[in-house]
Design a protein around this ligand. Sequence first.
Ligand code: AHR
Length: 329
Amino acid sequence: MKRALWLSLFAFVVIGCNSGDTAKAPEGGGAAPAKPEAGKKLVVGFSQIGAESDWRTANTESIRSEAEKRGVDLKFADAQQKAENQIKAIKSFIAQGVDVIAFAPVVETGWEPVLREAKDAGIPVIVSDRRPDVPEDLYVTFIGADFVKEGEMAAEWLAKKMDGKAKIAELTGTTGSAPANDRAKGFRNVLANHPEMEIVFTQTGDFTRAKGKEVMEALLKSPQGKDIKAVYAHNDDMALGAIQAMEEAGIKPGKDIIIVSIDGVKAAFEAMVAGKLNCTVECNPLLGPYLFDAIEKVAKGEEVPKRVVIEDKWYDESTAAAELPNRKY
Ligand code: AHR
């Protein structure tokens, strides 16, 4: 099957709002445009980060089921949280001559050489979920949430809940990843307006429940643990691990310590209904339909926006019970 048309575009679209304009990129740049032959299946290589969280599981399921629904031949590679595995997978997709490559980069840096190889081979690359720190001409479109905004929403909710005063422990995501960097940044943007909201502890829990629990256990055993009034976790899984650690230490999560996290997975809603988690900022993992809309357009040589932002909103204890039956992940 021949390779798809490489288009690099400069528009920005927010899903949920009216879309923006699209525009074609300047000519040239190493792409070898060609459409899949009629009657042949579109072949897509997707490099996934791993299976670190409920969010990731839902994201993988959305991508796999959408590919199946559309009759796409999906070559799916799970990198087990390692950038080197993603680089190997992308190189293998290039060697196989897939029509389109899509990937969710585990960390921001280190992608330029392999994306240049894809571009030189004329294979368009679509970025899903996390942003890589590369020149924009190395990918066609980036589909995912605004992580800075998510961090800002979490901080705004917490500042209101705590009347502008709290000693906060922050459980950060995978070091060097876009969501960890941006969620930390967004949270601090808002805290700058609240001088008595203070981050007194910050440590990575790598987006997993087990590490979230481990970090919180150690914190609660330390002298610093007694001062903590609030926890900001960069995802629900780490918050759920921290909740377990608090309960084992005889602390009432959601009451003695106020907890805000990000993702909006079903288990977070259940924890809010049980009064153990206070707020979650939704980050929609169901990217499959957006991703394959873009893939099919790119394969047909149609234009796509350079950036597609999936809009988020927050839910707290006051809305969790009503929303729980509607949760899809
Ligand atoms: O990149 C999205 C983040 O990755 C989710 O918030 C987190 O749960 C996942 O591991």
